[in-house]
Design a binder for this molecule. Structure first.
Ligand code: SF4
Length: 721
């Protein structure tokens, strides 16, 4: 008889957070979009539609812990107890000898919230260091800083429903048609139903998203702030601002006015490389509309002036009063599925759990009391952020690193530096699901983790919506859920009484061996409850939301009591989370601090995603049909630059930067302007004859406030190989 089991879950790729119905039967898995889900109403993009193939294909899965005693020795299969004892012995020894800041954890926006919570608790509450950062640093940390500065809290004010109500979309530094497809389809639907809806796209590249645009402002890379300031100036001089809102609910307007009047619109247009009339047209549409959404992603965030770009854009919402109203607000599009959940539990080196502040003694005391540790144990200073962590590893300030669910050898900027750092590290732990991660080659200890559908937990998507993900499958081999791996490590370090979530009773404990921990998923709900209670009384209070409620529906925070329906829109009452209760308007300088071009390196390389691949392709790379769209790495180059270097379509092109080089096939395209080339960020170096890793050449510059790297602006030159 056929056995079938059906679960409702959430896509594990991007921050849109689409609902999926998965059915397991005797022949395997099938899936379809969840027609009752408020995010996607049954739709899925190419990546989500193929997730079951990834879940069923175990050909690349890590199945057992592996360990080596020196870099010269081969790795050997070991049992979990041996692996944990080894990890604990090394971490104890390094911390004893060099202090707690000599170890670091580099984790991922794809971890579940419970996993993020437990590893943060372990590192900040027990190991005594803030050296835990995440690959969300490469994605959302700029938006986090900007929201905190302008709105008083890392808080996305809007809801996806606002897309259905918006009259003017301002999409900046984002290609949602490829990177957030289901949201983009919602924008298309809005425009189809209401053709008068205006779509403005700001991007140096003419992407697929421009197909929908009424106006494409193809600015020069790095000139975003100049453009937003010019639009602000135009809005002010035409009186198309909301003075009542500005006076009642904001501060800093006069300083902004002074700043934006430093340049005329004509001067700004010349700097940006666009026409003055187009700036005036955009300002006119924004000034006249009843609802206005600004949407942005990595084009703004991944920049050495990313925070200024974010603030200058949010200013447009604030001076027009388009925030806290239906169809209006600033809306950062999250890259990863749980970047926001990670921030909620303090998953960045610069913050504490429940958005608390490391530098505030009262916040440290609250968290310490919740965790049952002395407040002095929680560090008061930020730890090393992503790029800093690997630079510290290379200079031997950091001795040991634990890398979880991410592939920094491919994804971090200046990848040669990252490789050197991992070579020099005294001890590298890699906890992952896939044997195809390039970073594994440096691992002294490999820990096999459970994947999507193999563990239980929650995630938060781009519009603050928390979803529950059930466990449907057993992990292959001896792989374990990440939360359980962290609990085992805590036990081995001697902190087990504070991490009891997966502890078994006496009989099961003997089955589990000396760790006293068995493989069970019962602890995820306990971890969630502990996290939820820590949010009580904060702006992201979810103390009214537990697994029982989440198993029936997704919900947007805050959810402060059991009867609360969740919160669609923040700041509807005009009160912000700043000390004064007013939103802050920041005048932003428009200078760019990115790497300078010069006659030796005259072109700007910008990197990004392609439609059907995800991150470093350890999952999407397994699905053949996802390679049909774009099957190999390439460089997009304008005809003008191609002719200048005698490059023809499909020629192998050498791209040299100040730190390394790349070799990719040419795709001659007018989607990039002269002076700019584009390369996808997905491909690594393993098993490729071409030098395909884009981060061979990218630079390690980052925004001084957010520490987010400048992936969108690297000076290079090109020649036919
Ligand atoms: Fe998954 Fe994002 Fe595609 Fe939705 S849009 S199916 S969340 S990858």
């Amino acid at each position: 008889m056929t056995q079938t089991k059906q679960v409702r879950t959430t896509c594990s790729y991007c921050g849109v957070g689409c609902g999926i119905v998965v059915e397991k039967n005797d022949t395997g898995l099938t899936l379809e979009g969840d027609t009752n889900h408020p995010v996607n109403q049954g739709r899925l993009c190419s990546k989500g539609r193929n997730l079951h193939h990834v879940a069923m294909d175990h050909s690349d899965r890590l199945l057992y812990p592996e360990m080596r005693l020196s870099r010269q020795s081969p790795r050997m299969r070991v049992d979990w107890n041996t692996a944990m004892r080894r990890a604990a012995a090394v971490f104890h020894s390094v911390i004893r000898r060099y202090g707690p800041d000599s170890v670091g954890f580099y984790v991922s926006g794809q971890l579940l919230t419970e996993e993020y919570y437990i590893v943060n608790k372990l590192v900040k509450g027990f190991l005594g260091t803030s050296n835990i950062d995440t690959n969300s640093r490469l994605c959302m940390s700029t938006a986090v800083v900007a929201y905190k500065k302008s709105l008083g809290e890392d808080s996305v004010p809007v809801s996806y429903e606002d897309i259905d109500l918006c009259e003017v979309f301002f999409i900046a530094g984002a290609n949602p048609a490829w990177c957030h497809p289901i949201l983009f389809q919602r924008i298309e639907d809005r425009k189809a139903r209401h053709p008068e809806t205006r779509v403005i796209v700001v991007d140096p590249r003419r992407t697929e998203s421009c197909e929908l645009a009424d106006l494409h402002l193809q600015i020069r890379p790095g000139t975003d702030v100049t453009l937003y300031n010019a639009i602000a100036r135009r809005l002010i001089e035409t009186g198309q601002i909301d003075m009542r809102f500005i006076e009642a609910h904001t501060e800093g307007f006069d300083a902004l006015k002074e700043k934006v009047f430093e340049r005329t619109v004509d001067e700004a247009a010349a700097i940006c490389g666009v026409r003055s009339e187009h700036i005036e047209l955009a300002a006119g549409w924004i000034g006249e509309t009843r609802s206005f959404l600004t949407l942005w992603a990595m084009g703004l965030n991944q920049s050495s002036i990313g925070v200024n770009k974010n603030l200058a854009l949010i200013n447009l919402n604030l001076i027009t009063g388009h925030i806290g109203r239906p169809g209006s607000g600033p809306f950062s599009l999250t890259g990863q599925p749980n970047a926001m959940g990670g921030r909620e539990v303090g998953g960045l080196a610069t913050m504490l759990a429940a958005h608390r502040d490391l530098s505030r003694p009262d916040h440290r005391a609250e968290v310490a009391a919740h965790w049952g540790v002395p407040a002095e144990l929680i560090p008061s200073k930020p730890g090393l952020t992503a790029v800093e962590m690997f630079e510290a590893l290379r200079s031997d300030k950091l001795k040991a690193i634990w890398i979880v669910c991410t592939n920094p050898s491919v994804s971090l900027p200046d990848a040669t530096m990252v490789d050197e750092a991992l070579e020099r590290a005294r001890f590298v732990v890699v906890q992952d699901i896939s044997s195809k991660s390039d970073t594994l080659q440096y691992a002294d200890l490999i820990l096999p983790a459970a994947g999507w559908l193999e563990k239980e937990g929650t995630m938060t998507n781009s519009d603050r919506r928390i979803s529950y993900l059930p466990r449907l499958l057993d992990p292959p081999g001896e792989a374990l859920p990440d939360a359980e791996i962290f609990a085992r490590f805590a036990e081995a370090m001697g902190y087990g009484d504070h991490f009891p979530y997966f502890r078994s009773g006496p009989s099961a404990a003997s089955e589990a061996g000396s760790s006293g921990i068995r493989s069970t998923n019962a602890g995820a709900a306990d971890i969630y409850d502990e996290h939820a209670m820590l949010t009580r009384g904060t702006n992201l209070d979810i103390s009214g939301l537990d697994y029982d409620r989440l198993k029936h529906s997704t919900m947007q925070w805050p959810v402060p009591d059991r009867d609360h329906p969740g919160t669609k829109r923040l700041f509807a009452d005009g009160r912000f989370y700043t000390d004064s209760g007013r939103a802050k308007i920041f005048p932003c300088d428009d200078g760019n601090t990115s790497e300078a071009t010069d006659p030796d390196y005259p072109l700007i390389l910008t990197t990004g995603r392609i439609r059907d691949q995800w991150h470093t392709m350890t999952r999407t790379g397994k699905v053949r049909r996802l390679s049909q769209h774009i099957g190999r790495p390439m460089i997009e180059i304008n005809e003008v630059d191609a002719m200048r270097s005698d490059i023809r379509e499909n020629d192998l092109v050498q791209i040299d930067g100040r730190r390394g080089s790349l070799r990719l096939r040419a795709k001659i395209s007018d989607s990039v302007p002269p002076g700019v080339i584009f390369a996808p960020m997905h491909w690594g170096k393993i098993g490729r004859s071409e030098k395909a890793r884009a981060n061979n050449v990218t630079n390690p510059l980052f925004d001084p406030a957010s520490k987010e790297p400048d992936f969108k602006f690297t000076a290079v030159n090109i020649r036919r190989h």
